[in-house]
Write a protein that binds this ligand. Structure first.
Ligand SMILES: Cc1cc2nc3c(=O)[nH]c(=O)nc-3n(C[C@H](O)[C@H](O)[C@H](O)COP(=O)(O)OP(=O)(O)OC[C@H]3O[C@@H](n4cnc5c(N)ncnc54)[C@H](O)[C@@H]3O)c2cc1C
Length: 394
């Protein structure tokens, strides 16, 4: 399942990364603390992302996107997350939605959605989780019943990133009422709505208050006899929802790894700068060996996290199976990021705990990467199973 034809289009990539870095330095870094403290949706940032074409990075050019490869995408995510992790949250669910339509959608679905998704006019949320089903995807209960040319949807979805502002919610539903069918009874519906709290049989709950990852809304969404045209069944065939959503989750895991690298790099660079400025006992703390050891561990983990992340991105881009590498990248990079943020807090002493410095925000944002797109316990299950498959002795 290649993402796009180009894998090493380095000239275009460098140009785009330069634009993204300038945008980040001028418009994201100076405002992130304000939006984070107020938990405010940063509309000017999202509008600028639309102007820069960031919502269409991996959308093929024939559908109005930039048609770039997955490695470019993860490098953009790293740069944005270096500024503020929430900004990458506006992209991720949208990016997964674009991938699903591009990969599994009918030509009619591609024509209908992708050009307006590429510009950001339509932004997508990705809805798998429910109040009683997160890790155990087959346990989802939201029902879609076919009624003529429509599906009637009832149920409650949970934890929708971008769920309020999105105009498209890529939603996993149960189309087969027999619970014994488990994964095989699931399908994906492309649910259209307007931004806001209510829309014809859809009620969006208030924003969930979170430890970090602020500014980007996370909500519950309730379907009450909401009608979806049957033409919006992804791929026009029931029963394929589980493998479709899992293919997108694989991408989501690579995206999480890239975010983790961005947050970890910021924590590391802030620390190495601070360590050379802050003096104790007559010399910069960077000259104490204990601090050098911390910086050595942080720098090494950061480097390794970036390598596993890029390796998974390259493999996925080439269309190779990469559930193992995506799981490893997500697991390793998110744990490394969390450890690096903790060490950054120690290096900053009391200042690490104050919101005048970015470390306390990084420290609050980092744990999301351990939970999102499948917890790290689930990653270890995936990795363990795949390793036993690869190294089976008979
Ligand atoms: C800020 C935020 C944004 C999110 N955005 C989205 C989104 O946009 N779309 C979406 O669909 N979801 C989203 N999620 C949901 C997220 O994907 C789930 O929270 C995650 O998959 C875990 O599911 P759960 O919360 O139901 O935990 P549970 O599945 O209840 O797990 C609870 C604990 O048990 C462990 N566990 C579960 N099963 C096993 C097992 N078999 N073996 C060992 N340990 C196990 C887990 O690792 C975890 O530690 C978001 C979550 C957060 C916090």
């Amino acid at each position: 399942m290649p993402i796009a034809a180009a894998d090493e289009n380095t000239e275009v990539r460098e140009e785009l990364l330069e634009v993204v870095r300038r945008f980040r330095d001028k418009e994201i870094i100076p405002t992130a603390s304000h939006y984070d403290a107020q938990d405010e949706y940063p509309e000017p940032i999202v509008e600028r992302m639309k102007e820069l074409g960031l919502f269409g990075i991996t959308v093929p050019t024939e559908y109005g996107g930039l048609g770039l490869d997955l490695l470019t995408y993860v490098m953009v995510v790293e740069e944005l997350s270096y500024g503020w992790m929430s900004v990458s949250g506006f992209l991720n669910t949208h990016f997964m939605g674009c991938f699903l339509i591009k990969t599994f959608g009918t030509e009619e679905q591609k024509q209908k959605f992708l050009p307006r998704m590429a510009t950001g006019e339509i932004r997508a949320a990705y809805s798998l989780s429910e109040p009683d089903a997160g890790s155990d995807v087959a346990a989802i209960r939201t029902r879609a019943v076919r009624d003529g040319d429509e599906y009637v949807v009832n149920g409650t979805k949970m934890w929708l990133t971008n769920g309020r502002e999105a105009r498209l919610v890529v939603t996993l539903v149960r189309t087969d009422p027999n619970p014994d069918t488990r994964h095989r009874g699931l399908s994906v519906l492309l649910v259209e709505k307007e931004p806001g709290p209510r829309y014809e049989g859809i009620t969006v709950g208030p924003n969930i208050h979170k430890l970090g990852y602020r500014g980007v809304e996370t909500v519950e969404l309730v379907f009450d006899n909401h009608r979806v045209p049957a033409a919006n069944l992804l791929g026009a065939e029931e029963g394929n929802g589980f493998p479709q959503m899992m293919a997108a989750v694989e991408l989501g895991r690579i995206n999480i790894a890239a975010r983790a690298v961005g947050v970890a790099r910021r924590a590391f660079e802030e620390s190495i700068r601070y360590a050379q400025q802050r003096e104790t006992f007559g010399r910069p703390i960077a000259q104490h060996q204990a601090i050098q050891f911390k910086l050595a561990e942080m720098g090494t983990k950061l480097h390794a996290a970036r390598l596993v992340c890029h390796d998974a991105a390259r493999r996925k881009n080439r269309g190779e199976r990469c559930d193992l590498q995506a799981g490893m990248a997500k697991y390793f990079a998110s744990e490394a990021c969390w450890e690096i943020c903790q060490e950054a807090l120690r290096i900053h002493g009391g200042n690490g705990y104050a919101n005048e410095y970015p470390i306390e925000r990084l420290y609050r944002d980092a744990p999301l990467m351990i939970v999102g797109e499948g917890t790290n316990e689930i990653q270890k299950m995936v990795i363990g199973r795949r390793l036993l498959e690869e190294y089976a002795i008979d």
